[in-house]
Design a protein around this ligand. Structure first.
Ligand SMILES: [Zn+2]
Length: 131
């Protein structure tokens, strides 16, 4: 079955000239073309959620999915996909790349990285130590 990449119908992609979202929307639809029906729904729901107000409508325009479908996907996500059994259809060529950390660390000031031994307990230890 040929995978067709949906052309985005959002206002930004319809306008003349470049818009930073255009490439993103192309990629979204590229990704969509490789997902199965349920996965598309969930991904669309996630994007819609991220966009916040009006997200359902915009993602519907981008992906060609119905808003109803996106809402359904969101409901399923909110229900922890409880009613959606994990069916791995494609097992051949399971080249799943591990998710790489591309962002700089989320928490810049990580407290206590291996510095726990300086907790002021060294005196106690000195007493017990055999000398
Ligand atoms: Zn677009």
């Amino acid at each position: 079955m040929p995978t067709e990449i949906v052309a985005c119908q959002c206002p930004h992609c319809q306008q003349e000239g470049d818009h930073p979202d255009q490439a993103l929307h192309v990629w979204m639809n590229l990704l969509m073309s490789r997902l199965d029906e349920a996965q598309r729904r969930w991904y669309a729901a996630l994007e819609a959620q991220r966009l916040g107000h009006g997200g359902d409508r915009l993602v519907a325009q981008i992906t060609g999915l119905g808003e109803k479908t996106i809402r359904r996907g969101r409901a399923e996500l909110h229900a922890s996909l409880a009613d959606c059994p994990d069916e791995r259809v494609r097992r051949s060529g399971a080249g799943r790349t591990p998710t790489e950390k591309k962002r700089p660390s989320d928490s810049p000031g990580v407290a206590g990285t291996g510095d726990t031994r300086n907790g002021g307990r060294s005196d106690e230890r000195a007493e017990v130590g055999p000398q």
